[in-house]
Design a protein around this ligand. Structure first.
Ligand code: APR
Length: 237
């Protein structure tokens, strides 16, 4: 039995780091071997679609080699055992929360295992490669498909549901995100301004927004998150 009703958990690349997926701004940062502007913007896709397809095809194929870690599994346990709401809002495009057992997930930056058609906007589950020769399964246009991922300068997904969830939560937990990229980096300020929720950051190092949280703990997610969930479910957090 926890002391809360509606729990919102924001996750970033740090929660998947111990599963072997690179973060964005660490030393092994995912962008290291690709300039951000070359792969994660609409302009990059217009300029060199095949380079962008190759970048995401590589990341999509790599997903099969990684597994959820104890942090993903602990959040799934929280969702199963907490008798109120638990929503995971993730900036990650991997499927490790799903494979870890969570069900109530919003992928605000999209998903590697989805593509959408630039012509008819239909979204498809897609685990293989795409390129500019693949036709849309629905409207048949070629070229048509692009990663169903939010690039810099594009509007994140699910912002209405996210706003509703932030308004109604009484516990906001941020895990594995540097607080560099908005709007996610602004969620803690939004929750604090409403004055009804407690906010906690669990991160390897203090994020940009650490001072905005009621509480912050540093350490690896695979250690911190299971411990935190254990205490939360015992009514001790
Ligand atoms: N456990 C907990 N936290 C970790 C771990 C770990 N094992 N390893 C790294 N971290 C922390 C880092 O200290 C850092 O604060 O995770 C955070 C990762 O930050 P970023 O690399 O900036 O990733 P993220 O915050 O998810 O980036 C947000 O930026 O590039 C865009 O769209 C991309 O979704 C991404 C967004």
């Amino acid at each position: 039995m926890t002391n809360y009703q509606n729990i919102v958990v924001l996750t970033g690349a740090g929660i998947s780091a111990e599963s072997g997926l690179s973060t964005f701004r660490g030393d092994d940062g995912l962008w290291e071997n690709h300039r951000l502007e070359d792969v994660a913007t609409p302009e990059a896709f217009r300029r060199d679609p095949e380079l962008v397809h190759r970048f995401y095809n590589m990341r999509r194929a790599n997903l099969g080699t990684v597994r959820p870690n104890p942090a993903h599994k602990a959040l799934a346990r929280l969702e199963q055992e907490h008798d109120g709401e638990v929503l995971v809002i993730t900036q990650n495009i991997d499927d490790l929360h799903e494979r870890g057992g969570s069900r109530n997930i919003l992928h605000m930056h999209g998903e590697l295992l989805k593509v959408h058609c630039r012509s008819c906007a239909e979204v498809f589950d897609w685990s293989g490669d795409i390129d500019e020769t693949v036709e849309c399964p629905d409207c048949g246009v070629i070229p048509s498909l692009r990663p169903h991922i939010v690039w810099f300068g594009e509007m994140p997904f699910c912002m209405y549901e996210i706003d509703e969830a932030l308004r109604s939560c009484d516990l906001f937990v941020s895990i594995g995100t540097s607080g560099n990229v908005y709007p996610a980096a602004g969620f803690v300020a939004q929750v604090s301004a409403m004055g009804r929720a407690r906010s906690i950051e669990l991160n390897l190092e203090p994020s940009e927004g650490v001072s905005l949280f009621n509480e912050a703990r540093q350490g690896p997610a695979s250690k911190l998150v299971p411990e935190f969930v254990e205490r939360l479910l015992a009514g001790e957090a």
